[in-house]
Design a protein around this ligand. Structure first.
Ligand code: BGC
Ligand code: BGC
Length: 723
């Protein structure tokens, strides 16, 4: 439809029809509507009448194309103006073909792969009738106790922004083609804002960040998604500066609309409008509706505060009709952008029954395997225990050796039975593999223990698969202790006593305390939740088909009490450094080091890389000039491999305390054994800017240090002065 037609449509709508467009419900409400019996259950709880369902604007969480077609068809028969429903769902790391969790995708440092993941997710979601995905989540995360770190791409604003762009492009396409290309879905960036900073890592808890910190670290990834054209933004459950995000006018209007320039649809998170009452900032649903519509939340998910109260609020002149119209227009514009007025089924009805669906195609599984392999992070590899060799007798044991619980917490439509477990993958890759798994993740039986011992005893090398269950991370899965269960640690310690090499593969949705695990392991691999192709992807790495190239997107702490620990922390007045170990009045722990066990950006390969011959274009630059850093990276080992070359900057003196260093550029390169490549990084003025005392985004005159290398522990290679 043309814009004028949308505007005409809006004029045709009654106030009741308009308000109903601003509510989103699950499909069960719509199936309820088809029977004309008594209204009970959820509908009654929300105070809904069967009449309301004729006008409700959108549905979340449908499962199949058939369901979508049925609901849409019935709906269009009753909706007076023929405005189609829009269907939304959480397609977070794949629809049916499940890819590694987003945190694992973060470990690839590879936007092409992330974009491919999003493209395939969009195709599979579209085939099931989904029009909008509630993804990407771009919340910056520093506290692994929070279960939702698995949905994020980690602790760094630059890396998060890089992936935010890739996901949005992959879902929506890059050329505004949603109305005609039904392989694409609209994306919804979430959770605005700073949800990742929940205090003490406890789910749905308070967030209290300074405005500077919000702008400096939490907002850039949203900004990147908005610049990539994301059509929806979801509000967060948490407070920001004491005011719940969903009713926070400053956050939604001044920050999101004005500063970040967002012009699309704002949707509340599930029930978040109603939760303003629980937060204690609204007395009842009328106040909750008032605050949310004032803040600029267009669409209310799964509570009926708008439906019950907006009409009265307009009649009483508390809410202006223009505000309602703006929200309705946002909904209609989204439907129009998706081509729903022209085809409310987005191609589903016109597909020939014989057309083969692409969902779970070989190609999709192949990509899932590639991403799984590239997300694996090799944390330790003593005596080159890895890769495994064909002639070795290999025992695969542990709770996750034969477990198909490898998909991760947001895998909704994914089927565990369609996944490959680790033993499966290794047996396909190598000739001499035997395995014993645990039936239950956390508890080993006496028989399993005995059988594991026997095969481990007979083997040349033991692969032990440990980890969390996928239910231990994700939404509403906070942990106070991020250590593996004691049974698993004991099991590993016992295997280590056999005196043969032990390769530990850890599955998990968060950085874990791996101090003891690392101590008892000859080699240590972080596999995350790799998805449908878990076993094959990990086996590609363990067998040496693929050299590991994952780098941590989030620091792994020495122990839970060290969190939040992140690489780009601010400078303190009494920093700990080599040489002041003996001094007391220093910012440090008495019992553990300040540094994490494994740093942001860290990950080993089967080969080694040397950095040499750093050249910089200038030692002094003016505001107008660009600065170039060049480094030669050489594969000095015997195998081919990929390296992520990372450049960090430090602003030596600034108007506010600044991080010890910050990621500013990186490039992932592939090198054959012995091969060298020159990597060039161009820095611009924007890379030197930060939010100053008065919150202006500007650069300081003065000195900057440059660090280059394969992790956030990169060495200082040069400095320059902005004059
Ligand atoms: C989550 C969102 C999700 C929504 C819809 C909420 O509980 O916080 O991330 O998109 O549910 O399922
Ligand atoms: C402490 C202060 C104390 C001062 C003088 C500092 O190190 O932080 O609390 O008053 O020394 O002793």
């Amino acid at each position: 439809m043309k814009t004028v037609q949308i505007e005409d449509l809006l004029k045709e709508m009654t106030l009741t029809e308009k308000i109903a467009q601003l509510t989103q419900l699950t499909p069960q409400f719509f199936s309820g509507a088809s029977s004309d019996g008594e209204i009970t259950g959820p509908m009654a709880e929300l105070g809904l009448k069967a009449e309301d369902l004729k006008n409700i604007g959108s549905v979340l969480g449908t499962h199949t194309a058939e369901e979508v077609m049925k609901i849409q068809e019935a709906y269009l028969k009753t909706n007076r103006l023929g405005i189609p429903l829009v269907f939304m769902a959480d397609v977070i790391h794949g629809y049916r073909t499940i890819f590694p969790i987003p945190l694992a995708i973060g470990a690839t440092w590879n936007a092409d792969l992330a974009q491919k993941v999003a493209e395939i997710s969009a195709i599979e979601a579209s085939e099931a009738g989904v029009h909008v995905t509630f993804s990407p989540m771009v919340d910056l995360v520093r506290d692994p106790r929070w279960g939702r770190v698995m949905e994020s791409t980690g602790e760094d604003a630059y890396l998060n922004s890089y992936f935010a762009r890739a996901f949005v492009k992959g879902y929506q396409g890059e050329h505004g083609e949603l109305a005609t290309n039904f392989d694409r879905v609209a994306a919804c960036v979430k959770h605005f804002a700073a949800y990742g900073a929940a205090e003490a890592g406890r789910e749905y808890n308070t967030v209290d960040t300074s405005v500077r910190e919000l702008y400096q670290n939490y907002l850039p990834a949203y900004q990147a998604a908005i610049e990539a054209g994301v059509l929806l933004v979801m509000t967060a459950f948490n407070t920001v500066d004491g005011i719940p995000a969903t009713g926070n006018q400053w956050l939604m209007q001044d920050v999101l609309r004005k500063d970040l320039g967002f012009t699309g649809l704002v949707i509340s998170d599930w029930g978040a409008v109603g939760e303003l009452i629980n937060h204690g900032v609204a007395e009842n649903s009328k106040e909750a509706a008032y605050q949310s519509i004032q803040a600029g939340v267009d669409l209310e998910m799964m509570t009926s505060c708008y439906l019950q109260n907006l009409e009265a609020l307009v009649m009483e002149n508390h809410v202006q009709i223009e505000q309602i119209d703006a929200a309705v227009l946002a909904v209609l514009n989204l439907k129009n952008a998706l081509g729903l007025f022209e085809d409310p089924y987005r191609g589903l009805k016109t597909v020939a029954p014989t057309k083969k669906l692409r969902t779970m195609s070989d190609n999709h599984r192949r990509v899932a395997r590639e991403v799984a392999a590239e997300s694996v992070v090799l944390l330790k590899n003593k005596n080159y225990a890895l890769p495994l060799r064909k002639e070795q007798k290999i025992a695969v044991v542990g709770p996750l050796a034969e477990s198909q619980d490898v998909l991760g917490a947001w895998s909704w439509i994914g089927e565990q039975t369609e996944s490959h477990h680790l033993a499966d993958g290794l047996k396909m890759a190598l000739p001499n593999v035997v395995s014993v798994g645990w039936q239950q993740n956390q508890q080993v039986t006496a028989e399993e223990l005995a059988a594991s011992r026997t095969i481990a005893h007979d083997a040349d090398i033991v692969v032990v698969a440990l980890g969390e269950s996928s239910e231990s991370s994700g939404e509403a899965a906070s942990l106070a202790t991020i250590r593996l269960p004691v049974e698993q640690e004991q099991f590993l310690a016992e295997l280590a006593d056999l005196g043969k090499p032990v390769v530990t593969v850890v599955f998990g949705g968060r950085p874990l305390d791996l101090s003891d695990i690392s101590f008892h392991s000859t080699a240590l691999v972080m596999a995350w939740f790799p998805g449908t192709e878990a076993g094959t992807g990990i086996a590609d790495v363990l067998s040496g088909n693929v050299s590991p190239s994952g780098k941590l997107p989030m620091s792994f702490p020495v122990t839970t009490g060290q969190v939040p620990v992140y690489y780009n922390h601010l400078k303190t007045g009494r920093p700990a450094h080599v040489g002041n170990n003996e001094q007391k009045y220093i910012s440090r722990y008495l019992d553990i080091p300040n540094e994490p066990l494994y740093d942001f950006g860290f990950g080993l390969s089967y080969t080694t890389f040397a950095y040499s011959n750093v050249k910089q274009s200038h030692h002094k630059i003016t505001y107008q000039e660009q600065l170039t850093f060049e480094v030669t990276v050489t594969n000095t080992g015997k195998l081919a491999g990929k390296e992520t070359v990372q450049l960090y900057l430090e602003d030596v003196v600034a108007t506010v305390a600044r991080p010890v260093k910050e990621l500013r550029r990186f490039e992932k390169i592939y090198l054959e054994a012995g091969e060298s490549q020159v990597v060039t990084f161009n820095l611009t003025l924007e890379d030197l800017c930060y939010y100053q005392r008065n919150l202006d985004f500007k650069a300081d005159l003065g000195n900057f240090n440059v660090y280059l290398g394969g992790s956030s522990q990169a060495e200082k290679v040069g400095s320059f002065e902005l004059i």
